[in-house]
Design a protein around this ligand. Structure first.
Ligand code: FE2
Ligand code: FE2
Length: 301
């Protein structure tokens, strides 16, 4: 049974349409629907429906700001299951962070099956396992931000980041990342007290070791834009303090598939993605052991 932890978080919604027993979740990330025609969309939706899962995880970069609410409505209409998602940097393209978040909050208030994890808090998947998440943001703390020559489109087409110099841009990026870290700081102690396993959905990898791109860890030029270190610091500290608990983080953003074992009880899987070819990264069986949690996810390249 998938159900929200209603007593802990006031924003969480009741989800009465969910299965009473098994919990299988399809995980997707970086589906970038703005690059997909109707045929590709149909194939994607059919492949998900065929899995007969109890819920769908989408790790951000769903589309761009202009189409985001429309795409979420379409996903809601076509997939016969609750959708738990976080937002990626592309979801704010040609829009503003504040505006997109306001629209997504309003949309999720209207739909019983759309759950933006940054707002909905903790979802109970079983008596021992829960789901939580936040998109995060690259915080310039890994690699060499000052020397980096990378100019992501983020810095041109997201309102809060456009037209800024390197230093001011970093301040804004770090304020977004800090909000993500505070989200986890606030809820994780209670989560790890209550549940033995936590499934965490993110967009930006929270550890340098998880910034897979074309089969290797990103270099110092790209790392400042590919890692949300301040969230990683929170996750690492919490899992060190709770060695009897387990955490699996699912992320994307770098479009390279790989796995990183950060601690014995903390593993990160990064999803691989190609524009125009959205796919299911894997199916999670919540009742399985952590080693067998994900069927079909790509291992280290
Ligand atoms: Fe992406
Ligand atoms: Fe991204």
């Amino acid at each position: 049974m998938v159900r929200p932890h209603a007593t802990m978080f006031a924003h969480t919604k009741a989800t009465s349409d969910m299965s009473e027993t098994t919990t299988r979740l399809a995980w997707l990330t970086d589906i970038h629907l703005e690059f997909c025609g109707p045929l590709v969309l149909d194939q994607l939706f059919e492949s998900i429906v065929r899995q007969e899962v109890d819920g769908i995880l989408i790790g951000g970069d769903i589309t761009t700001a202009k189409d985001l609410t429309q795409s979420l409505r379409l996903l809601d209409a076509r997939l016969n299951a609750p959708i738990y998602f976080v937002l990626g940097n592309h979801d704010y393209y040609d829009g503003s962070v504040r505006g997109v978040r306001r629209k997504v909050t309003a949309l999720c208030a209207e739909s019983a099956r759309l759950h933006w994890l940054a707002k909905s808090g903790v979802i109970e998947l079983s008596p021992t396992t829960c789901l939580l998440g936040h998109g995060g943001w690259a915080d310039g703390r890994c690699g060499d931000y000052a020397a980096s020559t990378v100019m992501l489109n983020d810095y041109l087409v997201i309102q809060e980041l456009s037209g800024l110099g390197q230093e001011l841009r970093l301040e804004i990026m770090q304020s977004f990342a800090r909000a993500a870290a505070e989200h986890f700081e606030t809820i994780l102690p209670d989560v790890l007290e209550r549940y033995s396993r936590a499934l965490v959905l993110m967009h930006v990898p929270p550890f340098e070791e998880a910034t897979w791109h074309e089969g290797r860890i990103s270099d110092t030029d790209w790392l400042p834009h590919f890692c949300c270190k301040c969230v990683g610091d929170v996750l690492r500290e919490q899992m060190q303090q709770h060695p009897d608990r387990e955490m699996l983080v699912l992320c994307g953003h770098t479009h390279g598939a790989g796995t990183a074992q950060i601690l014995p009880n903390l593993r990160v899987i990064t999803g691989g993605a190609i524009y125009g070819h959205p796919k299911i990264q894997g199916v999670i069986d919540v009742d399985a052991s952590m080693d067998e949690w994900i069927d079909g996810a790509t291992s280290r390249e």
